[in-house]
Design a protein around this ligand. Structure first.
Ligand code: EPU
Length: 432
């Protein structure tokens, strides 16, 4: 196991290029199951979650190839296996999005239930309801979701995908993929509007699907007989971009994230400006400007509430909390997507942050300084928040269990170092 050793107190400065989005590439790769022709993703990021998805696809019989450049090619065979076991699926909840395309293409799917998650129950009931609306019979058997399409295949229908916490991103991806090969028209109400869902839809259109309403809560799909291959560059990762931008803001440095979609990050830019962080924006770049972060211009405590897109993303909540630990005043952070997504809170407290939680709300009293300490990463975004806090804490912060970070950030230390961060990866002798 590796750890990251971060030395605090260095102002970041420079540019960082943004990679393809993790949460776009996972369903896009799953969509390769819908056709026998190859799907090529030139800008697939080098993440362990992408490797896991490729292992899942191999288990189903797909040929997968990773080029030197990072580009990925997947080709599903004529005769697909339809069982995906626990070994790979348990490592990543995102693998659940193979259900829809498998069911549509082979008429059956047997996929291990992904199990719990450190930040809550994360059910998939809405996904399953969606498949049932398309005529499938679905049951849970020995820890597997077993879904079977009716005689003659899935049938288009009108369905609602909302949950108590809003729309579901992967549920929409799953049902959208299933509907592309269903007979007739499917209308998805309460569809997720996240850019990653829209990107998947556009990839499906490039493969020959007939889809309207992407980016809106009402998506209409006219089923087609077959889909073909495609070459698809996924959208830039808005969460990676947001994380590096917040890193710049926390160190008071000038950090430009390049090759991003600034329209996907409007809410973050607005909140940063509310927090008195100077930010400049272009169509495909965003730059935090240098300022006196510990002096008169110290960031102002600014509340955020997470919502579905275009609201403040839950995947940036932990990083925002890291920024707020050094802000002037008290801020209130509310989680509307995952009420229990606060594992970073006790770890930030180990660095001296004053943070308290009341149900789905966290209250942060900004302090003048944080002090380095050993901390343990518990999930991807929580880990990123700990690295950010380490950048400004006095002395050294050891972030253990960095395999969580590698799921969603491509060698984070190699991206931060050229910006002036003092950070290194080491073998973790303590093995925690
Ligand atoms: N929900 C249900 N029933 C369902 C599905 C979801 O009640 O059938 C609830 C969830 O428990 C949650 C809310 O609905 O409270 C939204 O969950 P959603 O289904 O949208 O989450 P997801 O699709 O499983 C994706 C991302 C997450 C991101 C969420 C929310 C991928 C691979 N994962 O998960 O990304 O937090 O959308 O935007 O796309 C991350 O990258 O760190 C990450 C966790």
């Amino acid at each position: 196991m590796d750890k990251l050793v971060v030395e605090g107190g260095h102002r970041l400065e420079g540019s960082v290029g943004i990679r393809g989005a993790k949460n776009a590439v996972l369903p896009v790769l799953a969509s390769a199951l819908l056709t026998e022709e190859p799907l090529h993703v030139p800008n697939a990021p080098r993440l362990s979650d992408v490797r896991t998805m490729l292992s899942v696809l191999q288990e189903l019989g797909c040929a997968t190839e990773r080029e030197e450049s990072g580009a990925v090619r997947v080709q599903a065979p004529a005769e697909l296996d339809h069982t995906a076991g626990w070994e790979h699926v348990r490592r990543m909840r995102g693998s659940v999005c193979i259900l829809g395309p498998l069911l549509a293409r082979t008429g059956q799917a047997r996929v291990s239930l992904p199990g719990g998650c450190v930040f809550g129950v994360r059910p998939i009931d809405a996904h399953l309801r969606g498949f049932e609306a398309l005529g499938a019979k679905v049951r849970i058997e020995h820890g597997f979701v077993v879904a079977e399409a009716p005689e003659g295949g899935l049938r288009g229908s009108e369905l609602f995908l909302g949950t108590a916490f809003g729309s579901t991103v992967l549920g929409t991806a799953n049902v959208l993929m299933a509907a592309t090969l269903a007979k007739g028209r499917t209308v998805i109400h309460g569809a997720a509007c996240e850019p990653e869902v829209e990107d998947l839809g556009r990839c499906l259109i490039a493969m020959g699907a007939n889809i309207e309403g992407l980016g809106s809560p009402r998506i209409v799909v006219e089923g087609v007989e077959r889909l073909g291959g495609a070459t698809w560059n996924v959208i830039p990762d808005r969460i990676e971009a947001g994380t590096y931008l917040i890193a710049g803001a926390m160190t008071g440095g000038r950090v430009r994230v390049e090759g991003c979609r600034s329209d996907h990050l409007s809410v973050l830019v607005e909140r940063l400006r509310d927090a008195r962080v100077p930010v400049e924006v272009g169509p495909d770049w965003i730059e935090s400007q240098a300022y006196d972060v510990r002096g008169a211009e110290r960031p102002r405590a600014t509340d955020v509430t997470t919502h579905a897109y275009p609201g403040f993303p839950t995947d940036l909540q932990a990083q925002w909390m890291a920024l707020m630990t050094m802000a002037d005043g008290i801020s209130v952070i509310t989680e509307r997507i995952y009420p229990d997504r606060y594992m970073h809170l006790p770890e930030l407290a180990r660095l001296g942050a004053e943070v308290r939680r009341q149900e789905s709300t966290a209250i942060v009293r900004g302090s003048e300084r944080l002090s380095g300490a050993p901390v343990t990463a518990s999930d991807l975004r929580a880990s990123a928040a700990l690295v950010l806090a380490g950048l400004v804490a006095d002395g050294e912060t050891n972030v253990h269990r960095v395999y969580h970070i590698d799921r969603g950030y491509e060698r984070i230390e190699e991206r931060l170092e050229p910006l002036g961060a003092v950070i290194r990866r080491e073998k973790d002798e303590e093995g925690v």
